[in-house]
Design a protein around this ligand. Structure first.
Ligand SMILES: NC(=O)c1ccc[n+]([C@@H]2O[C@H](COP(=O)([O-])OP(=O)(O)OC[C@H]3O[C@@H](n4cnc5c(N)ncnc54)[C@H](O)[C@@H]3O)[C@@H](O)[C@H]2O)c1
Length: 445
């Protein structure tokens, strides 16, 4: 919405959320306190806030005055009832639709910006069309393809903008209205229009394909480790094939983030609900491989520390699910830490952007042990050197650039010998690390 406001000074953009603390943070004078860290975001918020970009909790007022409403609420995996652990929980979407239906007095375009199961627009339409007050709604699907960490660049220069709408004169008119908003900065050949169902399904499919590439290369990383091949070399070799391409071929401790797992589980659930067992099994394997990679990384640490980590200090550099974001949802670090804490390891975490409260909240959410035990077994510190001192193993969980530039000689002198580094992101130079004296283990070599 900030980028839309930046590129459309003539459009008033109101971001409304019922979470007062979040809205207060978006309005905070100190831009370091914005709820989301993304390179370039704070500057854009500063440029546009209180000009044509507003943050508030006045949801009803915003609905009443809007011509276009982007529904962007969370669609987490269900934690209860039918489809528990698989299906998307659509209660927040439905609540939005009901609120819009109750409040709206003029015709509106409703844009599905949240990632939704295919055919959700039908449910939205049914709720909105039963208001009985004559207001007309057009529902568009406009899934978001930005990646966290590069969100602003992705939004400024999108590969494509996808808009799905009804194939009727009103539907086409709504598609045109939304296309014009993006048309302020996105070339028209990159604005792709489809029917609603294709658009909804494209988002789930895009995330499934991306995650599948990560699981594919991770599966090869395990094979590399037992055969003496090197997964980075294999990735380079196959990535030069123009049919395969070089992106998303980095072996790692596993993918995280709020979207990949949730969206694939949702795809699997939809396939099963249509009785397509082979399709569902195929995509489920992407998740199983990712879980395997995380537990394999924890097991490698344990077995290399003489099969016991009890009472040993283990350092985590990085907690965010990827670099350049403070988002920790489904981060591999959470699950690796949990496995090591089950073995009574004492973990010290340093992450340049993630706050201690978030790290403890992530662990408490797993419910593996009491909050007191989580705080006893895991410490969060503010300097990498403090994190590494007297450590039995330094583990890289996030590919933050700054980790590459650390004084690894100094770290070597500060840790317990034999000095071990477990690089879950393959970002450090193995030859250099070995030359310093570390026993360096990356993924897939
Ligand atoms: N995070 C991403 O990178 C990304 C990328 C593409 C798509 N998506 C999709 O976007 C959606 C939102 O993701 P997110 O990461 O921003 O989630 P989030 O949980 O960070 O934010 C959702 C917000 O919606 C608010 N909310 C919920 N119900 C509301 C209501 N009835 N009225 C007002 N506010 C309400 C919540 O308070 C919360 O602040 C999801 O469907 C996700 O799959 C996210």
């Amino acid at each position: 919405m900030t980028v839309i406001a930046e590129k459309n000074p003539h459009i008033k953009v109101s971001v409304v959320d019922m979470n007062q603390a979040r809205i207060d943070a978006w309005n905070d004078e100190n831009l370091d306190n914005l709820p989301i860290f993304e390179p370039g975001l704070a500057e854009l918020v500063k440029n546009n806030r209180n000009k044509n970009l507003f943050f508030s909790t006045e949801v009803d007022e915003a609905i009443r005055t809007a011509d276009i409403i982007f529904i962007s609420v969370n669609t987490p995996t269900k934690t209860y009832g039918r489809g528990k652990g698989m299906a998307a929980d659509l209660k927040y979407i439905e609540l939005c639709a009901r609120q819009i239906a109750r409040v709206a007095q003029t015709d509106k375009i409703i844009v599905e910006k949240s990632t939704l199961p295919v055919r959700t627009a039908q449910a939205l339409k049914s709720i909105l069309d039963h208001t009985g007050n004559g207001v007309q709604f057009q529902i568009l699907s406009n899934p978001e393809f930005l990646a966290e960490g590069t969100a602003i660049a992705d939004l400024l220069h999108p590969d494509r903008v996808l808009i799905g709408g009804e194939e009727s004169p009103e539907g086409r008119e709504a598609i045109q209205t939304l296309s014009d908003v993006y048309g302020s900065w996105v070339p028209s050949d990159k604005i792709l229009t489809t029917n609603v169902w294709s658009s909804e399904l494209s988002k789930l499919t895009a995330n499934a394909f991306l995650a599948q590439r990560v699981s594919s290369i991770n599966s090869i990383s395990e094979l590399c480790e037992v055969t003496g091949a090197n997964v980075d070399e294999v990735a380079r070799a196959i990535g030069m094939d123009s049919r395969i391409g070089p992106k998303f071929l980095k072996a790692s401790v596993g993918f995280g983030g709020s979207c990949f797992q949730k969206d694939i589980l949702n795809l699997v659930y939809i396939a099963r609900s249509y009785g397509l067992e082979a399709v569902a099994d195929y995509w489920e394997q992407v998740i199983l491989m990712n879980d395997h990679q995380k537990s394999r990384f924890a097991n490698t640490i344990i077995s290399n520390l003489y099969n016991t980590v009890s009472g040993k200090k283990i350092t985590f550099l990085g907690w965010a699910f990827k670099k350049d974001t403070n988002d920790t949802r489904e981060s591999a670090a959470i699950y690796v830490a949990d496995a090591l804490m089950n073995e009574h390891a004492e973990i010290t975490v340093y992450d340049p952007k993630v706050r201690p409260e978030q790290i403890y909240a992530d662990l408490d959410y797993l419910n593996s042990r009491s909050p007191e035990d989580n705080r006893r077994l895991l410490r969060v510190v503010e300097s990498p050197m403090e994190a590494c001192a007297d450590s039995h193993a330094v583990c890289i969980l996030t590919e933050w650039e700054e980790f590459k530039t650390y004084d690894w000689e100094a770290i070597y002198h500060a840790v317990v010998k034999p000095a071990s580094v477990f690089d879950g992101r393959n970002i450090l130079d193995s030859k250099k690390m070995n030359a310093i004296g570390f026993q360096y283990r990356g993924i897939g070599s």
